[in-house]
Write a protein that binds this ligand. Structure first.
Ligand SMILES: Nc1ncnc2c1ncn2[C@@H]1O[C@H](COP(=O)(O)OP(=O)(O)OP(=O)(O)O)[C@@H](O)[C@H]1O
Length: 476
């Protein structure tokens, strides 16, 4: 049985999972820092350290020479690793770094929790729904199907999963009390090093289900070092997602989960200038969250290499195929030097399981476990769907009736929020104007709005006094 990455690389630095046919210079033993020296600073390291790049934690020369030089991040901070069993149950949580670990010394890691950082102050008796609106009661009866060889048992609490103290603190900071069904099953499977095909609806907590094992795996790898050759970076984990919105959402969550772990997460997506993303990548990346098109661009510019990838997660794979990304995904996974399946660990998440996804699963996964949470392809039971046929000429007055009814009735004591989909951008702008004129503050989401405005609109959504109605011309 294949075990975790941590286990598979534990014997030798030379076993770092970079395929032989590829030319990435291998880390040499001389940069390995034995546990008793790990609390020292970078300057304590002996071996091939030839400078600290102006205070940066990259080790090696500045790459100004003609020959690209392997730059590697030293692990000059405390980095305790401990064995663990493969079912994700026992063993000690590895700690990759101390508080500043993994970050450029000039850069302070921004606290993604804002002022809500003090875990001591976090009351453990808050309502479970406070954070997310997840209704855990509704999850109790949810059907779960799991198949495959040696399936690790699900867990009921986060405490049963050996994620290490720092990750556990971040879980508490996120105010997650207990794992959602997909997390209960998927996290032990992934921590056991197994490939996973998971079918789960959107909003079911998938992000944590694949992020926790990836972050924890990277933290546990004694030889996993952040690598850069010239201007090419070599992430260890790759998360592919269909849209910039979802990528940003995953990035935001992953930054919370990886806070103070030393694991650095960077996002790259299309529809935004590439330069800022390039600069961010150059500062170092352990986990790259990316949309397929932008990643292909970065690979073709040789700014990212996939040779060192140990963990690959595809989120909303069915949506990526619906959006026509299959050629890019296949190029990324099959033609760009990524370690083969069975060498890397792959997790494929999809709400539906049509033939195209089954094909992708059989091409990308190795001896995988299949997990289905809820009825695959169905909409959630928490949403009531009602179809009403309305004449074109009556649409606006009908919408107005619905909005008035909603305003009067409220929604479980709260003012309701509304999302209206229309066919065109022009139609969205026109409806927004009309709604505002009629006393319903609204805003639009469509491709002509800049990323910055969209982000403002999206973050304003839960705010009670801002726009109550969104008008969108596409489902994103
Ligand atoms: N165990 C948990 N306890 C409480 N809240 C949680 C838990 N897991 C996830 N959440 C929250 O639930 C919400 C939905 O989770 P998440 O975004 O991971 O779902 P998802 O399935 O990835 O959805 P999407 O398909 O939109 O990415 C988020 O606000 C997240 O912070």
């Amino acid at each position: 049985m294949r075990t975790s990455w941590a286990d598979s690389v534990s014997n030798s630095a030379a076993e770092i999972a970079i395929s032989d046919k590829n030319s990435l210079p291998r880390p040499t033993r001389s940069t390995y820092v034995p546990p008793h020296l790990r609390s020292g600073s970078i300057s304590d390291l002996s071996g091939p350290v030839s400078g600290t790049n102006g205070g940066s934690r990259w080790i090696g020369s500045d790459g100004g020479g003609t020959k690209p030089e392997l730059r590697r991040q030293g692990q000059g901070n405390s980095y305790a690793t401990a064995g663990r069993d493969n079912a994700g149950g026992g063993g000690g949580g590895g700690v990759r770094n101390n508080r500043s670990g993994g970050w450029d010394r000039r850069e302070r890691e921004v606290n993604p929790f804002g002022n809500d950082d003090k875990i001591d102050d976090i009351k453990q008796n808050f309502s479970e729904q406070e954070n997310s609106g997840i209704n855990f009661d509704a999850y109790e009866d949810i059907p779960v199907e799991v198949s495959g060889e040696n399936v690790p048992p699900p867990v009921n609490t986060f405490a049963e999963i050996d994620l290490g103290e720092i990750l556990n603190q971040n879980i508490r900071r996120c105010k997650y009390v207990k794992p959602t069904p997909v997390q209960r099953h998927a996290i032990p499977i992934a921590l056991a090093g197994k490939d996973l095909m998971a079918c789960a609806q959107t909003g079911s907590g998938k992000t944590a289900a694949f992020c926790f094992p990836i972050i924890s795996g990277i933290m546990r790898e004694p030889y996993a070092q952040r690598t850069r050759v010239g201007r090419t970076v070599y992430p260890l984990g790759l998360i592919l997602s269909p849209t910039r919105e979802l990528s940003c959402q995953i990035h935001d969550e992953a930054k919370k989960f990886s806070y103070q772990t030393g694991v650095k997460v960077v996002v790259a997506y299309g529809g935004a200038p590439i330069n800022q993303q390039l600069r961010e990548l150059e500062r170092g990346v352990d986990i790259l969250v990316a949309t397929p098109g932008r990643l292909v661009d970065l690979l073709e510019r040789a700014r990212v290499s996939l040779q060192a990838i140990r963990y690959l997660a595809l989120d909303e794979a069915d949506r990526m195929l619906d959006m026509g990304f299959e050629p890019q995904i296949r190029k990324i996974v099959e033609q760009m030097n990524m370690p083969n399946r069975g060498v890397r660990q792959t997790m494929l998440f999809s709400a539906t399981f049509p033939r195209e996804i089954q094909r992708l699963a059989s091409d990308f996964l190795s001896n995988h476990i299949f997990l289905a949470v809820g009825r695959v392809g169905s909409s959630t039971d928490l949403i009531v769907q009602r179809v009403e046929f309305v004449l074109e000429s009556d649409k606006r007055s009908h919408l107005m009736d619905l909005l008035h009814a909603q305003r009067e009735n409220g929604n479980h004591g709260k003012q309701a929020l509304t999302l209206v989909f229309v066919e065109t951008k022009k139609g969205a702008d026109s409806l927004e104007h009309w709604l505002c004129m009629n006393g319903f503050p609204s805003t639009t989401i469509h491709g002509d709005r800049t990323q910055q405005i969209l982000k403002r609109v999206v973050s304003a959504y839960p705010c009670p006094d801002s726009h109550r109605t969104w008008v969108s011309h596409t489902v994103t």
